[in-house]
Design a protein around this ligand. Structure first.
Ligand SMILES: [Zn+2]
Length: 60
């Protein structure tokens, strides 16, 4: 699997955070952590998770 990049901007959030991870699952884990700390989400809700999944970009 190619590495994956994921950025808050991909979800339309006004935030410079971005990550690059070996798998989409890891990118989503990092996103969940960041969302908790920086966006005050106690838990990643299903809708946000879906948006993050579709915002994750596979790096060829
Ligand atoms: Zn952010």
């Amino acid at each position: 699997m190619p590495p994956v990049s994921l950025a808050c901007r991909g979800l339309g959030w006004n935030c410079e955070w971005a990550t690059r991870a070996p798998t989409a699952a890891e990118a989503l884990d990092q996103f969940a952590q960041h969302a908790k700390c920086a966006h005050k989400m106690t838990e990643l809700d299903a809708a946000t998770r879906l948006r993050a999944e579709s915002a994750a970009v596979a790096l060829a």
